[in-house]
Every structure is written in C-alpha cells, then in structure tokens.
Design a protein around this ligand. Sequence first.
Ligand SMILES: [Ca+2]
Ligand SMILES: [Ca+2]
Length: 376
Amino acid sequence: MYRFLLIGSIILACSTKPESEKADVQVTGAQSSVVADEKSQGGENYFIEAYMAAVEDIKEDPSVAKNFEGMVAIEGSTFEMGGDNDQAREDEMPKHPVRVGSFWMDETEVTNAQFKAFVDATGYKTIAEQEIDVDEMMKQLPAGTPRPDPELLKPFSLTFNEQAPGRDVYYPSEWWRMVPGASWKYPEGPGSTLDGLENHPVVHVAWYDALAYCKWAGKRLPTEAEWEYAARGGGKNGVYPWGDESINPEFANYWQGDFPTKNTVDDKFLKTSPVKHFASNAFGLYDMAGNVWEWTADWYHYHHYYQIAQENAVENPKGPSKSYDPDEPTVPKKVIRGGSFLCNDSYCSGYRVASRMKSSPDTGMEHTGFRCVRDK
Ligand SMILES: [Ca+2]
Ligand SMILES: [Ca+2]
C-alpha cells in the first residue's frame, strides 16, 4: 500500500474511472508512473519533504534519551542471515554471513502509552492524522485533472476487514479499507478508543512517524540485519524466535483459521495483544513473532541478499540505496519484519525470523508498529 498513490488514484479515479471502480485501491502501473518516480526515494516529492521536515523538528528529550529501562543489551556477533526452511521465499536467499555490532533494543514493540507520551511532549501529528494538501497534490498530477471532492480526501488510515468465504482468490486491496478518521488514537476509526489498549503496540504509524518517535527517545530504528539477529535470539538456524517448533497459539499472536475469511482466535486476540503477553525469546525480546509488523530502517530490495552475499561476513549492512519490489516496481518501500496478528502459514508466514515484508514509508496500517534500538 502506498498512501501517496492511494490518494493520487482517488483523484485520478474521479476523472477517469466509472463510479463502480472508485473504491478500488489496487495500484496500477499507469497510475503509479504518473505520481511516483525515482525521485520519491530521494525524498524529493512534496509530501516526503514535509514528512522529513516534521521529523527534523522533533528534538531529542534528554531525560528519555538517558533511560535504558525496557531495553535489552544485545552483544554483537556474526550470524547467518536468510531463509531456513521450505517456506523461505526468493528474497530471503541466499543465506549469508552478517556481522552486527552490539546494540540496545526495546524489549517490546512501542506501546500506545509510550507513543502518547511522545505526542503529549512534542505535539507531533502522525501522517494518518494530517489533512491532505490538495493544491500540492494537484501539481503532481496530469494537467486538467479535476479537483476531487474534499470529502474523499479526509485523513484516513487502513484497517483490515475479514472477507466473506467461498471465493478462490482474495486481494489485499479488498481486505484493506481506507477509514476516514482512523489513526493511532482511533485504531478502528471514529468512535474507537485506546481504553484498555495502553499496553498494546501502537499502530497506524508510518515509517516517518516511527522515525520521529525514535528521535525524541534518543533511539533509532533497527537495521534489517539487527532485527533478524535479535529475533534469532542467538540461535543458529531456528525458523522462529523460539526455535523450530511449529507456531501454535501459545507462542505468538497470529491468525488461526482460514485467512482472510475466518479467524478462530485460538490465541484469544483478534487484533493486537498486550506486549509481553507471550514469552520472550532467548534475548528477552517479546513479540518478535506476530502481534504487529515492525518497521526497520532499511529500504526493501527483492535481490538485496544476492547483491551483498559473500564468503566473509558483511559488516553492519544498512540495506540497499534503492528500493525494488517486483510486485510494485515504482513504489519505494521499507522492510517490515516479524509478522502480525494477520499472518498465518497459508498466507505470509511473516513470523519466521527470516521472513521479509515491505511497506511504503508514508503508510500506516492497523497491523504495523515498531520498536527502537540504541547504539551500545
Ligand atoms: Ca490472534
Ligand atoms: Ca512484532
């Protein structure tokens, strides 16, 4: 999903598509080429400049930055990064040696209470809460594109909707719904609250929002390599943070049943769960499998491991300079890790320690959060 394209596609849909297709948020090549090009990776379109400016405005809070409570010290080492079992996808290959330095990592995903403390201190507004600057948007669309109905461009975020059973194929564009007013504060949209969710991971945060939080806290996002090393908890070739035993509802918050039509909720959580509900891995890190996906610092590139794999361990890799996702080649994406309450073996198996997924950095979703690290 790519917020910038979603908005662009709404505007273009208003002028070029029949009524019946207006709700279709599937990104097409034609739309993508109009509103996104390589520049968007360099932060040169208006929106990304604005997002980065908001991050730059955030000041580190010295009292938070000195606080190591809730963080785990991780000793650096060399490990084998990449796919371990027959579920591994092409982008997890080849497995290759990587050396990461020592660092501190948040033992849990950043919670709603923690994110609220950040917002209270800084007044930061997440991307999902921001009004869309239609004038700027129009400048980046073909001349003559009609102005959209402002009602269609209210701030929104994406929530998941279980699908009716009985079909052969389902598409993400159908199970994700643009909900006006949904944001980290109102995870299901207007009327929903965070009551009782203080200790759940914050969601609907875009990569830039995560960056802003990390900066305030004197932290940073983990690299993809740091994240995988941490998830493995010192294990060598384990498939999951706990080892090789198949996932079951006692180990993590994921999706039991048929995705995306029937969640049997054997783990008791339809959506997010309180952090630390499930056991930690050997490093003392919680929810490295499931609950919510976690942003990493790195761009996603499908062939990245082939590009860097060598016999000698790569030192502290920081990801490729450019993103490439063959599914949506014009959309730059960051790596997300660990899977979410929506993952199961029939769909993404994202809770495997080597599993890679990707998401556009301007887009918050109901199943995506983050945790931070600090140099050691
Ligand atoms: Ca669940
Ligand atoms: Ca997680």
